[in-house]
Design a binder for this molecule. Structure first.
Ligand code: ATP
Length: 350
């Protein structure tokens, strides 16, 4: 797939505060790309740089191969959907959606047809004469979406568009948004700090930390193989072991833990293992590595239990996720041995 947006060595200062050190990113034509990261990491700033509301201090923005760094927002073939909808309060739904097309001088019949078509796409065709204040939050967001897609931009930028909705509506809108993306074939760049939302919706996720993309991968890869401690902690839960790599294995104290892809480098490394992949054994397994540990507690979480352990000797905490129907079998477990399938752990060299 060709790239629709290319960010080249973007650097952004606000006064003396450098919020993006040097960021390069290629966004593929037609993909659903999510910028994911904690509050203040620079997601919105990056989106606003693509939209043209913010100028980068250094670097270039390319759209479909053209350098658009110096162009104002209205000259860029991209639209933005904001969290607060930003609808015109005095205009009806129809007028809100038609506004941009009318400004461009497009003939009435075409405008009417296009507006009708996008309102049907967002299932709002029966609300054409309402004013924004006569709509629910979810309905207003649908209108904001319709308004942003009616002139078929090359890229749709979405800045936490679902953040103001309650959880149930939010889940429903996630599905609708994903369907809309598939129908339209437009590239979506979506900003969120919600990892679950990013995992559900995206083709690729760019995980950001302090203005830096720490990992850019498909959701499954980001989840299964976090590239750094930050990603491992930010996406779901992970247990972390700090050790060294020698001879293609991870060494934790005196235990040698095999890893799926033996690294050639040596030195300090972290090993990440998710709670659902850790196996708890009462006896030391004869034919595999294992780490001795003590069970120190358990927590009920509805769809699972968490068994809390400390590794013998280091007191490093390890959590193990257990299905409710398996918990009783673990009664009386105190001194245990932990291991996991070799392919389930991820190694990050430091
Ligand atoms: P959130 O999820 O809270 O919106 P974010 O990841 O989108 O966070 P940004 O809004 O891009 O983060 O902000 C990144 C940093 O830049 C923050 O430290 C913020 O205070 C700062 N910042 C953003 N806009 C401005 C501005 N106009 N003037 C000065 N500093 C700004």
């Amino acid at each position: 797939m060709p790239d629709i947006v290319e960010l080249r060595a973007i650097e952004k200062y606000f006064g003396t505060n450098r919020v993006i050190p040097s960021l390069s990113l290629r966004i593929r034509q037609g993909e659903f790309l999510t910028l994911l990261g904690p509050s203040g990491c620079g997601k919105t700033t990056l989106l606003r740089i693509i939209a043209g509301f913010e100028n980068p201090t250094h670097g270039q923005v390319l759209l479909d191969g053209d350098d658009i760094t110096a162009l104002p927002p209205f000259r860029r073939n991209v639209n933005t959907v904001f969290q607060n909808y930003a609808l015109f309060p005095h205009l009806s739904v129809r007028e809100n959606v038609a506004f941009g097309l009318k400004q461009k001088g497009i003939d009435k019949a075409t405008v009417a047809r296009e507006v009708e078509q996008v309102l049907a796409m967002v299932r709002m065709e029966s609300f054409v004469d309402r004013k924004p204040k006569e709509l629910s939050g979810g309905q207003q967001q649908r209108i904001a979406l319709a308004r942003a897609i009616v002139n078929r931009p090359k890229v749709l930028l979405l800045d936490e568009p679902l953040a103001a909705l309650d959880l149930k509506l939010r889940k429903q809108m996630q599905i609708e948004l994903k369907n809309l993306h598939q129908q339209l074939g437009i590239t979506f760049v979506f900003v969120t700090h919600d990892q679950e939302e990013a995992l559900t919706m995206s083709d690729r996720i760019a995980v950001m930390n302090r203005g830096v993309i720490e990992q850019l991968d498909a959701p499954q890869t980001v989840y299964d193989h976090p590239a750094s401690q930050f990603v491992a902690d930010f996406i779901g839960e992970n247990n972390t072991l700090s050790g060294t790599v020698e001879g293609g294995q991870f060494h934790y104290g005196s235990t040698r833990i095999p890893v799926a892809e033996a690294p050639k480098q040596q030195g300090a490394a972290l090993l990440f293992i998710r709670p659902e992949h850790v196996i708890i054994n009462r006896q030391r397994p004869a034919d595999a590595f294992s780490l001795p540990a003590q069970v120190v507690g358990r927590t009920f979480l509805g769809n699972q239990w968490k068994i809390h352990c400390n590794l013998t000797g280091s007191d490093t905490p390890i959590d193990i996720a257990v299905k409710p129907d398996a918990i009783n079998a673990l009664d009386g477990y105190t001194d245990v041995f932990l291991n996991w399938p070799v392919g389930k752990a991820t190694l990050a060299l430091q």
